[in-house]
Design a protein around this ligand. Structure first.
Ligand code: SME
Length: 154
């Protein structure tokens, strides 16, 4: 499997969202960029904060669960703790929500605005241990690009 070039991916994201004030459009393009640019994925997309839970946002992959309480799942843990969750084996993660039974590993990066989680970036893989610390750093930088533009999007 080829390593992702996050410098290139993140530069592409910046130029795609530059001057675009629409959140859904930008997150849709961001999920398409990840889907096209990374290998070994079966799901790539976003959940958006709605009160004390998360609601499905733009994504690529199979249809997924619509609502996730902050108290549940890898996504809920990332949103609640404001920390990236990099899970080598989802079957060993307490409360993991299986949307696609092909998923074996997962990474969820919170997207913050005003010190709160406003969304999470979620990637799933059929491979165990798909996401390395280098992927985590690259995806956190990807999320920072979205955070910087968040307030200018509606
Ligand atoms: N597995 C996630 C649910 C979302 S799907 O992976 C798209 C979780 O446990 O939060």
């Amino acid at each position: 499997m080829n390593m992702t070039d996050y410098n290139e991916l993140n530069a592409q994201l910046k130029s795609l969202i530059e001057g675009v004030p629409y959140r859904i459009a930008n997150l849709a393009n961001a999920s398409a960029l990840l889907w096209q640019g990374m290998e070994g994925l079966n799901w790539a997309g976003f959940y958006l904060r709605e009160g004390d839970g998360l609601v499905l946002g733009p994504f690529q992959g199979k249809p997924a669960c619509i609502r996730i309480p902050l108290s549940r799942g890898v996504c809920g843990a990332a949103a609640r703790t404001l920390q990236t969750q990099r899970v080598e084996d989802v079957h060993a993660f307490p409360g993991h929500i299986a949307c696609d039974c092909a998923s074996n590993s997962e990474i969820v990066v919170p997207i913050l605005s005003g010190g709160e989680t406003v969304a999470v970036l979620d990637l799933d893989s059929p491979l165990f241990g798909r996401f390395t610390p280098e992927d985590q750093a690259g995806l956190e930088a990807f999320a920072r690009v979205l955070e910087e533009a968040w307030g200018d999007m509606r």
